[in-house]
Ligand binder design. Structure first.
Ligand code: CTP
Length: 477
């Protein structure tokens, strides 16, 4: 194949320094991996630059650091034979060319020095094994022994070696293949897909953090269902998110069927990806129906039900986040709350939308109400155009009412207009259950729209309620 030259990829002044340092040390040196791939795909220039030297990457890094402005610090990882320099926004990663063989039970490679081609062979995909020379004598030459350039053109994910070796060496690559397919809208070569399917249980030796990292990248793609369905097809999803695969299938009893909640969920995730970049809102879409598998029942009279699936689902979110070592913080609480409330606006939209129902929704959802509406809109996957339109219109109406009610009643982050203290003073009473009863009654009256969310109205209501409970107000109250 004629050698191509891509000097124009090397415009950042840092490459001059790399060339100078490599030539001084007499090392062959290349930029490799994502930087080259993304340059050729015109995806912009990545912040990570992977440099491979035929010889010691660490020695090269040391010389480069002395030539860079501000003498940046080098982080050296001796065990891996790698070094890293932060230079402005760039992260330069240095490694010596190596042939690796992996331990069967871990992702830790044992490393031996090797040639550039041996190094390229041990990389994950042909499109990630493309290297550009950084030495002055052949600056910008493309070294592509596995014809990655054709795979880039044909949009194919392929491994340089037999895929069984590549994936078994480092099973995280199974997730990476699917992630790249989703991000770049590439296909995975059939042989590779089969190898992933065969090696799927080796995902168990990959840390949960790395799995989730790849999963999150898939979730942040414009069409996450590409990756999710590949994870499903290869059997990986069963290991990662069994709660989701449990939703697959349509059962029929006495001629009554329910929808396939797995494929429905994937549609919901794609829908929501059109409206938000928020990872956690996308996760809420992914998990909104997980309670349906354990709650599914068939009743002779009413057919299929999933009673309480929102509550059960929100409890499952905690278990799932814990298992996958995801953050058990406010992000998880957000996902739980959205799962818990995921049917509320739907019930509203199927019925006549009353102000009080909207006030209750806003009261319960608080600051999450807009995200909840976004989730519910994404949840409309009916193929019946008439119903589709009707639900959308109703949600538009709910959104309008939320704004109106909010302007008038300030229900979001509701603060009781009358404090317990004031109730005690007014009726000269000690802390007691009557205070709770009066406070709850005021809140209910506001949510029902009997009184506005204002101090004066709430005070008269308090006096009335107190009298009903047989309390005496202080004169002048
Ligand atoms: N690599 C590999 N196997 C892995 C991870 C990485 O062979 N499990 C190689 C690939 O050649 C890859 C390079 O190391 O291109 C750099 O890896 P990384 O920075 O993780 O990925 P990029 O390809 O740069 O892409 P992205 O930044 O999108 O993850």
């Amino acid at each position: 194949m004629p050698q191509q030259n891509h000097k124009q990829a090397l415009q950042d002044p840092v490459f001059n320094i790399l060339t100078e340092a490599a030539d001084e040390l007499g090392l062959d040196c290349y930029v490799i991996g994502g930087f080259v791939r993304d340059f050729l795909l015109k995806r912009g220039t990545p912040k990570d630059i992977d440099i491979v030297a035929v010889g010691s990457g660490i020695e090269l890094a040391k010389v480069v650091a002395t030539k860079l402005q501000g003498n940046p610090k080098i982080s050296i990882f001796k065990n891996f034979g790698t070094a890293m320099i932060k230079h402005g926004k760039l992260e330069l990663e240095f490694v010596g060319a190596r042939k690796e063989s992996y331990d069967h039970d871990s992702r830790k490679p044992s490393v031996e020095d090797g040639t550039l081609q041996e190094d390229q062979e041990r990389r994950d995909f042909t499109i990630n094994a493309l290297a550009l020379s950084l030495n002055q004598s052949n600056l910008g030459d493309l070294l592509d022994p596995f014809d990655g350039i054709s795979d880039l053109k044909n949009k194919i994910i392929k491994t340089p070696l037999d895929p069984n070796i590549t994936y078994s060496d480092d099973p995280l690559r199974m997730m990476r293949a699917i992630r790249f397919a989703t991000q770049l809208d590439f296909s995975i070569e059939l042989k590779s897909l089969q190898a992933i399917t065969e090696n799927k249980e080796r995902i168990n030796i990959v840390s949960k953090e790395r799995i989730v990292d790849e999963l999150n990248k898939i979730m942040l793609c414009p069409k996450p269902s590409i990756g999710l369905s590949l994870l499903h097809k290869t059997g990986l999803l069963e290991y990662i998110l069994p709660e989701l695969t449990a939703l697959e299938g349509i059962e029929e009893v006495e001629g009554q069927r329910h929808k396939d909640n797995f494929w429905h969920t994937l549609e919901v995730v794609d829908n929501i990806a059109k409206s938000t970049e928020d990872l956690w809102l996308r996760w809420a879409a992914l998990l909104h129906d997980i309670g349906k598998a354990p709650t599914k029942k068939f009743h002779k009279k009413i057919g299929w039900t999933f009673h309480g699936h929102e509550f059960v689902g929100s409890k499952m979110v905690y278990q799932l986040f814990k298992r996958l070592r995801m953050p058990l913080n406010e992000k998880m609480k957000f996902v739980q709350k959205l799962v818990l409330m995921s049917s509320r606006p739907i019930v509203l939209s199927e019925d006549f939308v009353t102000d009080s129902a909207v006030r209750r929704l806003v009261f319960d959802a608080g600051d999450f109400v807009d995200d909840l509406m976004t989730l519910c809109e994404a949840d409309i996957t009916t193929k019946n155009p008439k119903k589709q339109k009707q639900y959308k219109n109703n949600f538009t109406l709910v959104r309008q009412k939320i704004i109106e009610v909010e302007e008038r009643d300030h229900i979001r982050n509701f603060q009781p207009p009358i404090s317990g203290e004031e109730i005690m003073k007014t009726f000269s009473i000690q802390p007691s259950k009557e205070i709770g009863i009066i406070k709850a009654a005021i809140k209910e009256a506001i949510l029902e729209g009997e009184i506005p969310n204002e101090y004066k109205a709430a005070k008269s209501y308090m006096l009335k309620k107190g009298m009903e409970l047989g309390l005496q107000s202080k004169p002048g109250a």
